[in-house]
Structures are given as C-alpha cells and as structure tokens.
Design a protein around this ligand. Structure first.
Ligand code: MN
Length: 305
C-alpha cells in the first residue's frame, strides 16, 4: 500500500540562479519526456499545477554581485513554497521540476513547513555533484544555485533562509549529501563544520551505493516524518546526463542512479521530490530529461520485475 496516491507536479522554470542559460526549459523537457503519462502508468493520479512565474533575466537588474538576482529568486521560491506546502497539506506528494537548484530553497521550505504545522520535521537527501553549500560570502561566482543547501540549514541570505518566516527548515543532523566530487575551497570548510553527513563519490566507489543509501535513509529518517529528495541531474555522470549546466566527470553510473531511487522507494519514507538542473540547450536529443523521468519512475516505485 503506497502512502501517496496523488502526485502534484509543479514546474519551476528558474534560471536566475545559474551561470548558464537554458535551464528554464527544464520543466518543459521533463514533461515532453512523458513524465505525466509515465506516472499515470504506475497507478498515480497526477495533478499538474503548471509552472510558477519567474522574472525574465533580460527584464530585471542582476542585483547583488555575490548573490545575483536574489530578490527575484526569493520571490519565485516563496510562491513555490506556498504551492508545495498546500500540496503536502492536501496529502499529495509534490514533485517539483527545475529550473536551477535554487528552487530547492522554496521546495524544502514548503515541505518542511507543512510538517512543522503538525509538530513534525523532515529529513533531506541531496544528490549532487556539488555541495551547494556556498553563501554569498564564500561563493566564487555569486550564482545562487550554489547556495540552496546552506539556505535549507539556515545559512545564507535571509530572503532564502527565512521563506515562510522561520529557519532552519531542516536540522543538519537529518541532512545527507551524496555524490559530490567538486567542492569550492571555502565551501569545503563550511561543509565540514555544518553537521551535514556527506558521502562523496569516493564513498560511493568504496562502499557501494547500497551501503551509502542505507545509511542515508537511516540518518535522514531518524526522528523525522519523512524524507525530501533533491535530485540534481549533474550527480549522474555526464556520459549519461550531458544536459546540465555544470557537468563534472566521475559521477554516478546509469544503474547507480536507478539503484539509489529504487532503494529510497523501498524505504517508503519519501514525502516529496524535485528534479533540477536539466538544461535542454546543452542536452542531446532530450536524453537528460528522459533519464530524469526514468529516475522519477524508479523513485516512485517502478520495478524491473
Ligand atoms: Mn545542485
């Protein structure tokens, strides 16, 4: 018996947090890859809420050099947080389609806040090539998509840490970062003192994904009402997922990525999910979005047999 029968899809075509353009087409690419019908085929009712509105990059000032487009990103993330919270309160499983990874500040705020109203907390599994734990003070680029995990644990610009008026959204002891292989130097210091559990690609190589995911689910699930999965498509090796803004060699294989989703699905602890950083401009025949849909399917319970 599944704990959710309806999936609420919310597109967040945000590209203001990324250094390269095109990621705003991510939600279209994922829908075009057959997302909604695929979820239907697994037996879910799908409620597609469309896309949240996003400012057009050409029509707004870039704003602060160390956190570009911060006011506009905060506005979109706040709208997204409300939609996500309402979906959780309605008993649905929200599935957010990015957009660059800064949308996670909104998604996580919405999910966490819905459970907080019931006196409960959530855990967070963040699968990514990067740590996304920069702050405006540490960021070499000023691109906000390198900051959302820091925001979720209460570090960073108040416009993002305090969406829905409180922080942190998730306790660091319930946050697990998996798959990283490219960390900025000053960001690395912030990761090490954050209290977040990190499994780098070396851990995945040495211990295997089964062991890493088992630990991750235990840590993110410890004392929490459920787990949010934030899946950055750049976690997968660029050979399989070329359509991302910041590809890094040495990522998860096709099967490792599926296995991570299958193990999380088996746990029945996932309460919400997002897929981010699909960039059709950099992709080849939409294969990164097609893989994204496949991974969503595995996370939502599709089995080989
Ligand atoms: Mn990311």
């Amino acid at each position: 018996m599944r704990s959710h029968s309806t999936i609420a899809i919310i597109g967040a075509p945000l590209d203001l947090g990324a250094g390269r353009r095109g990621v705003d087409m991510g939600p279209s690419a994922l829908r075009l890859a057959g997302l909604n019908a695929s979820l239907n085929s697994l037996g879910y009712a799908v409620e597609d809420l469309g896309n949240v509105s996003v400012a057009q990059q050409e029509s707004v000032p870039a704003g602060p050099e160390n956190a570009k487009y911060l006011p506009q990103i905060a506005k979109t993330c706040t709208k997204l947080a409300h939609l996500v919270r309402d979906a959780v309160v309605a008993g649905h499983l929200p599935l957010v389609l990015g957009g660059d990874h800064s949308v996670a500040a909104g998604t996580v705020a919405g999910v966490a806040s819905a459970f907080r109203q019931r006196g409960e907390s959530i855990g967070l599994i963040w699968i990514d090539a990067h740590a996304d734990m920069n702050t405006p003070e540490s960021s070499p680029s000023g691109n906000v998509h390198g900051m959302p995990l820091a925001c979720c644990i209460g570090r960073g610009p108040v416009e993002l840490t305090h969406i829905l008026d409180y922080a942190p959204k998730v306790a660091p002891k319930n946050v697990v970062l998996i798959g990283i292989r490219d960390v900025d130097e000053s960001e690395g210091r912030q990761v090490r003192c954050s209290g977040v559990t990190v499994f780098t690609m070396r851990d995945v190589d040495e211990r295997g994904l089964r062991a890493v995911m088992t630990d991750a689910i235990r840590i993110a699930g410890d004392g929490t009402a459920g787990i949010h999965l934030s899946l950055d498509m750049d976690s997968v090796d660029p050979d399989e997922a070329p359509g991302v803004g910041t590809p890094v060699r040495g990522g998860m294989t096709y099967r490792e990525a599926h296995l991570a989703m299958e193990i999380l699905s088996d746990s029945d602890r996932m309460v919400s999910m997002e897929v981010v950083e699909v960039n059709p401009v950099l992709d080849s025949r939409n294969r990164t979005a097609l893989l994204g849909v496949e991974l969503v399917m595995s996370a939502m319970g599709k089995r080989i047999l």
